[in-house]
Design a protein around this ligand. Structure first.
Ligand code: NAD
Length: 296
């Protein structure tokens, strides 16, 4: 029998599935629950155990990892009769890796503490590719001792893992991350339309741009999406819309102005309103193309 902590994994989507598989590869025992049967089958095929409910997944777990879309889903899986807090062992550690509002993380930590359950917020950056390659950046909020306990697990999922401060801090840093990524994608999308309309070879232009100060992880990871107009997610516009809401709200609360972020948040919202919410966030290119006269 392994001495490694037993893991429950709730939320096996685009990110959760490959992340849970990386824990299996690292030798952890993982019991998972998610809403789609095919994702449960995928976990079982990779050597994990598929549970029939959240309660069944978490009852024996030392560490419960959650990776669901947004605050309402985190609240749904945490609270209530069939939720994590009612069914996990006292002393268990919840590692919530979803991107949610900092306040939801603070409230969850407080409510869990009443049941003797500890929580850290540990949202990630790096996208689906980063999840598959186990090179995510993981920004953590919570107590040092809980961070130290989770670190070996997080090291099987990511490369840059930093405790940013008390509960909610990981989410605040993730909100800043999403601001930077959205503005960067928007700038790249505007450059793509400008370059194409100017008749420059786009592949050549993006290659040389990425070697200079304009280069970025966004350009490296999304270049082919732009070149091939391949907007299969990846990271859905719907989720980035949620994140732009989180960052604009959190910034307003502390009196920080985000003038460019606010414009990009509107462009993301507009793309979603035009029916593109299920596409990858590199589809911001479609919004710029429409603004530049294309019929898409
Ligand atoms: P996704 O929609 O692909 O997966 C979400 C999963 O949560 C689904 O499998 C769904 O079954 C599960 N879920 C929802 N409600 C549930 C419930 N009540 N009980 C059990 N399972 C439930 O989303 P994703 O792209 O994997 O993103 C997950 C989180 O990670 C989001 O907060 C997102 O913002 C963040 N994130 C995503 C990326 C990315 O590139 N996709 C990158 C960084 C961070």
């Amino acid at each position: 029998m392994s001495n490694l902590p037993k893991i429950a994994w709730i939320g096996l989507g685009i990110m959760g599935s490959p992340m849970a598989e990386n824990l299996l590869k690292a030798g952890y025992q993982v019991t998972g629950f998610t809403l789609e049967q095919d994702k449960l089958d995928r976990l079982a095929a990779a050597g994990g155990a598929a549970a029939g409910s959240i309660a069944e997944a978490v009852e024996d777990a030392d560490v419960v990892i959650t990776m669901v879309p947004a605050s309402p889903q985190v609240e749904a899986i945490a609270y209530g009769e069939n939720g994590i807090l009612e069914n996990a062992k006292s002393g268990a550690l919840i590692v919530d890796m979803s991107s949610i509002t900092p306040q939801t993380s603070i409230d969850l930590a407080k409510n869990a503490a009443e049941k003797g359950i500890r929580v850290i917020d540990a949202p990630v950056s790096g996208g689906e590719a980063g999840a598959i390659e186990a090179v995510l950046s993981i920004m953590v909020g919570g107590e040092q001792a809980d961070f130290d306990e989770a670190l070996p697990i997080l090291e099987a999922l990511g490369k840059t893992i930093v405790l940013c401060g008390p509960h909610g801090s990981g989410q605040t840093v993730k909100a800043a991350n999403q601001l930077i990524v959205a503005v960067n994608i928007q700038a790249c999308a505007e450059a793509v339309v400008f370059l194409e309309k100017s008749g420059v070879n786009l592949q050549a232009a993006l290659d040389v741009l990425n070697g200079g100060l304009a280069g970025s992880t966004v350009l490296t990871r999304k270049k082919d999406n732009f070149l091939n107009r391949d907007f299969k997610p990846g990271f859905r516009i719907d989720l980035h819309h949620k994140d732009m809401g989180i960052v604009t709200d959190a910034a307003r609360n502390v009196g920080a102005a985000l003038p460019v972020g606010a414009v990009v948040a509107q462009l993301v919202a507009s793309l979603r309103a035009q029916g593109d919410g299920g596409l990858d966030h590199s589809a911001l290119l479609r919004a710029v193309e429409r603004l530049s006269g294309a019929q898409i």
